[in-house]
Design a binder for this molecule. Structure first.
Ligand code: ATP
Ligand code: MG
Length: 281
């Protein structure tokens, strides 16, 4: 009798990155995950900020274990995941551990094995990356099928977003980015930020910058952070929550971009040797 192996379903992997720190990656990732989950998807957030993680703090979770236990021990992914709001699965990272701020090949292999043996049901994996353009950030961005680049309207954030795009293009051949402008005063200001980025990116001929949308500057975000909740959860009727839901829908309405599987994600992750330019997708 032939052995029929069930093929794992496609998992859309999305990295959230920024260049400059503090522009809203973690808040956006948390609320985007919840918005997608509310729209019927099964979502996992991976805290990709392996040195200074904080998604667990933001969502008031108290994980017993973190991704470090995958990297140093023999724990299974399913035993490390914690359930967040609305059933979002969270893969927490530890804080203050410098050792994992640049993953080596063996550590990537351990992540591969952990995901490979994971049999949970997820549709979307969101990776909240660290600030800057470290190797870990590059690995997670190149491994993911989609890259969201977040910037605020501040010139320093725009410059750093541009630097991130430049590095991912020139060193890792990434060509497609989706820009989300956070903390904008209005749609005009946000689109102007996008245009400035697009003009700057024109010198990289084959880079495509897609305008994903914007989130307004909104006092409810720091208030939600203080309450250790995602803004979409604490103020579901607010303008910013409606906007993140629209952004979530853009991904769900966009099945063509689903290019691979979870194994593809990890395989891709591994295919980038530390410090080396990456092959084209
Ligand atoms: N749309 C917004 N309106 C008002 N404040 C915001 C908004 N988005 C984020 N903030 C505030 O900006 C701060 C930084 O947000 P967050 O931690 O999500 O950024 P980050 O990019 O993940 O930072 P890091 O680079 O350190 O990981 C938080 O205190 C949050 O309250
Ligand atoms: Mg963060």
């Amino acid at each position: 009798m032939p052995i029929v192996q069930e093929r794992k379903k496609n998992v859309k992997t999305i990295a959230v990155a920024s260049g400059k720190g503090g522009v809203g990656k973690t808040n956006v990732a948390a609320s985007l995950a919840i918005a997608m989950q509310k729209l019927g998807k099964k979502v996992m957030i991976m805290d990709g900020d392996l040195g200074l993680s904080n998604i667990d703090v933001l969502l008031n979770l108290t994980p017993k274990h973190t991704i470090q236990h995958l990297l140093t021990g023999s724990m299974l992914l399913k035993d490390i995941l914690v359930e967040g709001p609305h059933g979002v699965q969270v893969l927490p990272a530890g804080s203050g551990i410098q050792e994992f701020t640049a993953l080596n090949e063996l550590q990537r292999l351990k992540i591969l094995q952990a995901f490979d043996s994971y049999d949970g049901d997820i549709d979307i994996l969101l990776i909240d990356t660290a600030a800057g353009i470290s190797e870990n950030v590059a690995f997670f961005c190149t491994a993911a099928q989609e890259i969201i680049v977040i910037t605020s309207p501040e010139p320093t954030a725009i410059i750093d977003a541009c630097a991130l795009i430049e590095v991912l293009y020139t060193r890792y051949q990434e060509k497609e980015f989706r820009v989300l402008v956070n903390s904008a005063r209005n749609s005009g200001e946000a689109f102007d930020v996008y245009r400035r980025l697009a003009v700057a990116a024109e010198k990289f001929l084959s880079v495509s910058l897609d305008y994903l949308g914007y989130l307004p500057f909104d006092e409810s975000v720091p208030a939600a952070v203080r309450a250790q909740k995602a803004f979409v959860d604490i103020y579901p009727q607010g303008n910013i929550s409606r906007k993140i839901t629209e952004i979530a829908k853009k991904f769900l309405d966009d099945p063509d971009k689903v290019k691979g599987t979870l194994q593809f994600f990890i395989g891709n992750l591994l295919s980038v040797p530390a410090g080396a330019p990456r092959r084209s997708k």
